[in-house]
Design a protein around this ligand. Sequence first.
Ligand code: ATP
Length: 584
Amino acid sequence: MLKGIFNFFLFDNQPQFQKSTKQNCEVLVLQSPSLKLDSEMAVVVDQHHGITPPSRSQRCRLLSFTNLDFVAVEPSPTDVAHSLGQADLSRSFQRRSFSTPCLTLNNKVDASVYGETRKVELIGGKGASKARALVVEVAIALASGVEPVPVSNGLGGAYFINNRNTEIVAVTKPMDEEPLAFNNPKGFTGRMLGQPGIKRSIRVGETGIRELAAYLLDHDGFAGVPPTALVKFSHVNFHVNDLAPISSPRYKIASLQRFVEHDSDAGDVSPSGFSVSSVHHIGILDIRLLNIDRHSGNILVKKYELDKHSLGAAELIPIDHGLCLPEWLDDPYFEWLHWPQASIPFSDVEIDYLSNLNPFEDARLLCTQLPRLNESSIRVLVVCTIFLKRATAAGLCLGDIGEMMTQDCHGGEETMSVLERICGRAEDAVSLLTKDVEKIVENESSMFLFDEECEEEIPKSMSKHYNKALQTQFSTIGKPPLAPLQPHFVKEFSSDNDKKLCSLIEHGHCQSVGMDVNETRKAGHLVKSISFAVPSRKSEIEGISFKKLDQEEWELFLEIFERLLPEVFEERKSTGITQRVGSA
Ligand SMILES: Nc1ncnc2c1ncn2[C@@H]1O[C@H](COP(=O)(O)OP(=O)(O)OP(=O)(O)O)[C@@H](O)[C@H]1O
């Protein structure tokens, strides 16, 4: 029975079009293997494409050629021109966007409403075929007349979308219904889009892009993030508050995620039954993305029967990644941190996966696919991925790494995490090596940088001036020094950054900010290193952000950050979970 029609574009899918005549109506038949739909789709080209549109009865009859309840698909101008051998149909398409696949829904089979239609348009995640297929399924479901069903769980507006057989196909979360957004249906309103959200490091209206980011970064479905897309729904019934600034929105941007069958969430059952690999894989994802919201309700549990009498280890499905990739190094929440699986060393497969992660490629992926995502969030991803990779290479386990990223609570007061402290020290070093050094060198003279002959001849006055400048930098902070971590990095003369660093060491300008110069002999060579004991800084209060670093400073930061890591990991190995497990 015909329940609806819809139009859609499938430009980058390279569908196969063939001109054909069915039921006395000219049609293009589209076969799109990437959509993995069972049947071919009958494509009816309508009036403005230069072909006589089918009548309603023709369209109804056409449906009998397909398993689907719709026809009327609009292909791209090139596809049509090719298929029909016509020279230029492009003008008739000019008013439509060809940049994304677009599914237009219409649950009235009436030509008069052909242009004014319910629509679901894929606006993010179009490279992922599973996400595209999900959008098609949702389009079909909506075309068959279903309405989104509000979900009671959670603080934000979330909806299930059922198919015609009343099975749930997808979960969608409109961005204007997020917690604190103006159309939140659960009473948590009061902020504008773009303002700090329920977690200050993530803005209202930006959780959807993070849901998609998590899916895109979950390479090969390693952690099992369900296929996710960013979509634009038009003329579909979602919640609108009476006092919302836009009284009757014609469209909503939303995340759309495939619904995954499950038995419970991780809060309902003992974690001892979860498979080790499930816990590790979700943990790896959470660390890379610095998830600040991995509570047990955001982990679905699926039990598998080994046989009639016993269950195997349960598999976990991670959902709700809206609070990943904060704009600064916010305090993460990792439910798995104290689960026994977190203390088990990574498997070879996991180590292999980790060693193949490329934080810079991931950053590029996000820049191209999600240009709205703030660069400071992308830098958080890079830092956390490097930290994870290096920590794993040093032999630390998931629990160790998670703990080092999490703030500690002493006497009711949060203290900075180990990761924050390392980043703080690296940022301070960058500050020393770029801004102040350059300023002083510019102002006074360039004689003491990179000029070995002049090393002994730095005028005392300059040295004093320089130290004063460095002290001023920290004087506004006024907090007692942190216990030093005592990491150090070894002098090398490979880059300009190293030269600057070495210059600081050579000229004894480090002590004023708690850097100590050490000289040791290794394999007959004199090796110089510096240790940091930088006082507390503003970031302890505000959180470490990488936003203000320019590209050069960012690169220098990463260089210093990486050099600080080995010693911190060594120290952790002597006290951490890995050691305790190993020695048990
Ligand atoms: N992919 C999915 N598969 C199955 N169920 C899902 C999926 N995504 C969400 N759900 C269900 O919908 C509920 C609400 O989703 P979700 O937790 O993502 O919303 P939220 O408003 O962001 O929640 P919270 O306030 O906990 O952050 C979940 O508790 C879960 O039951």
